[in-house]
Each structure stands twice: as C-alpha cells, then as structure tokens.
Ligand binder design. Structure first.
Ligand code: MRU
Length: 337
C-alpha cells in the first residue's frame, strides 16, 4: 500500500535484518524499526510494534529466517517466536512454513533456503489478501456502508488486509463505500490504525465509539459487517478481537450480513470449536489507562481478554483467498487442501 506515494509492506527482510512499520507510533508518526536478532523480532510481536494475524505470521517467518542467516538454532528461535502471542494461528503457520522448508536442507544451503521460504510466505500471504479483496468486493453494492472492528487492514497483514481488502478493491472499482470504524478499546486499533489507512486511501469513514455500533445497525445504516479473524476452528467458530462477538449478535438481530475475511493460514482444523483456542489475556493497564492517563479509580482492578469467540451460526460467510465459504463448510473445504 502507498504511504506518501511510496509502496510499503508491513514487514520485510533487508540485507541482514527484519524491518517493519512501527505501529505503536501511528497515526501521528510513520517510522520503520530495524531488528537484527530473533529476540528483537519476538519482542516486537509481543509488544505489538507489529500486530494483526497475517502480519505476525510473516514476522514469525522472517524471524526464523533471521536465525538461520545468523547460524543460530532455528528450533530455539521458533520456540521463542511462538511464545509471544497465543491466539493467532497465522503466527504458528508462518513459523512452521520456514521450518518445513529447512527440513533435510544441507547446512550450507540453509540460509538461502530459509530466506527464500520467508519471502515466499510473505508473497503468498499478500496475494491471498489481494484475492480476498476481490471476492469480498463482489458482495458490495454500488453504495455500501461497511462496519468493521479492530484493524484488519494492510497493517494487520503483509499488504491489502483481510476485512479492509474488499473495501479497497470495491473503492478502486468505483463503488461508493463508507466505513464505520469501531474505535476498538482498549488498544484503539480502529481509531489509530484503520482510520489512518482509510485516510491514506481517501475512503470516507467515521470512527465510532464501540458502544455506537449497535445504534447504527439498529437504524439500518450499516449494509454489512466485515471483520478479520485470528483463528477459525474446524466447526466455523471465529476467534477475533474482543468485541467481535457483540457485533455479530447485534448484526443478527438486525438481519445485517456478518462476514469474516481471512486467509487459509488462519484456519486451524485441529481445534474442534472456538472454545479450545487460547485467548490472550493482556495487561490490565491497557483497560485502566487511556494513553498515559489512568481513568479507573485508584486501586481498581481490570480484566483484559484480547479476543473472543463468535459462534459459526452468527457468521454469514468467510471470505477466503479461494472464494466465499459458509462457516459450516470450513472443515470440508480446508481438509481437502
Ligand atoms: O491484538 P491485535 O491487534 O493483533 O488483533 C488483531 C485482530 O484481532 C484482527 O482483527 C485480526 O488479526 C485479523 S486481521 C487481519
């Protein structure tokens, strides 16, 4: 995607280092971080310098490649990267992609093989998101009001995005798209990142308080909801940013189609239902503070689950790189691959 007229990916490999956009600085500053060691990559994932399922998948793949380049133990590197965040399947998928490529490789070839595998993975992931964009755009009428949650745009991926890829594709096709952007407490990925992306693409939108989504759905001002996913279980349950479940329930009550956009790297057929997916619990300070300011009473405690489960029955379709799939068909469709 373009930033000030220059094409960027969220994460990439350059010479002897992993480079990524520092998402903690957005929307007020655009900066790149250079990571020279696997621990630096792991810290960047854990601290959310990079976040979003496909983006951390690519970061994980590049992290393993970096270890191989430096002649380090790739299994140890993979374990360190895996321990950063527990929910997004893409992280594990990206790491395993590079480890698989290294299986049986001769030592002297392993550096080149690992780097090529990480590049192939990132390219595949970007292409998958672009394809999601075209399939998703086909669901949109000439004038469509989309509601989205969290940031599932290109910053959350290598490029294009998942939930926002259809918005970008439809808008480039000349459709009139308006986006309701849930601010997405506690970390405000919607207000900070999605609105920044949409501003860059000149797509009309409004940031709304999370609590306002129901109001606009009730008033039928929303044509469709599209969100991303961190993991999709075998029965079609979707694990995504905390608050997604509520949006799905309200969409159902108002007969508004609720779509999930995700590449196959997000699907985990080893999990029978969403209930067996580990839900990351983040630090309570994210809830007790807004920015640097503590808003909760002194001494108050908080709970901070980062994701929730949306049951398959609330999801109209899953937009994948291979087309739009009923959540109930996920097991069959992906078992064949
Ligand atoms: O905690 P985050 O910001 O990594 O959570 C991201 C999300 O929940 C996204 O909606 C999800 O990764 C799908 S994005 C392509």
């Amino acid at each position: 995607m373009l930033v000030n007229g220059k094409a960027y990916r969220t994460v990439w490999f350059e010479k002897d280092r992993v480079r990524m956009i520092n998402q903690l600085l957005l929307p007020h500053k655009f900066g790149i971080v250079d990571l020279k060691g696997v621990k630096d990559v792991a810290d960047a994932i854990r601290n959310m310098v990079i976040r979003g399922a496909p983006a951390i998948g690519a970061a994980g793949a590049y992290g393993v490649a970096l270890a191989a380049l430096k002649g380090e133990d790739v299994q140890k590197a993979a374990d360190m990267l895996r321990s950063t965040r527990p929910t997004a399947n893409d992280l594990f998928y990206g790491i395993d992609y590079v480890l698989d490529a290294l299986k049986g490789a001769e030592a002297k070839q392993s550096k080149a093989i690992a780097i090529k595998a990480a590049e192939d993975y990132a390219n595949w992931s970007a292409r998958a998101c672009e394809d999601i964009g075209h399939y998703g755009a086909s669901l949109m009428g000439e004038e469509t009001n989309v509601l989205t949650h969290c940031n599932a745009g290109w910053l959350a991926c290598v490029d294009w995005g998942t939930a926002l890829a259809p918005v970008y594709a439809a808008s480039r096709d000349g459709k009139k798209i308006f986006v309701f952007v849930d601010e997405t407490r506690p970390r405000l990925q919607g207000a900070k990142l999605t609105s920044w992306e949409l501003m860059n693409e000149k797509i009309p939108h409004a940031v709304i308080a999370d609590n306002a989504a129901g109001h606009y759905m009730y008033r039928k001002e929303v044509s469709m909801v599209i969100v991303g996913a961190d993991r999709i279980a075998s029965n079609g349950d979707v694990v995504n940013k905390i608050g997604t479940y509520e949006k799905a329930v309200v969409a159902k009550d108002n007969a508004i189609p609720f779509y999930v956009a995700a590449p196959s790297s997000t699907v985990d057929l080893s999990k029978e239902t969403g209930d067996s997916v580990p839900i990351e619990e983040r630090d309570e300070s994210e809830v007790l503070f807004v920015g640097k300011e503590r808003v909760a009473a002194p001494g108050a405690k908080a709970k901070n689950p980062a994701f929730d489960v949306t049951p398959a029955r609330l999801v109209k379709g899953i937009i994948t790189e291979n087309g739009i799939v009923s959540p109930l068909d996920i097991r069959d469709v992906f078992a064949k691959e």
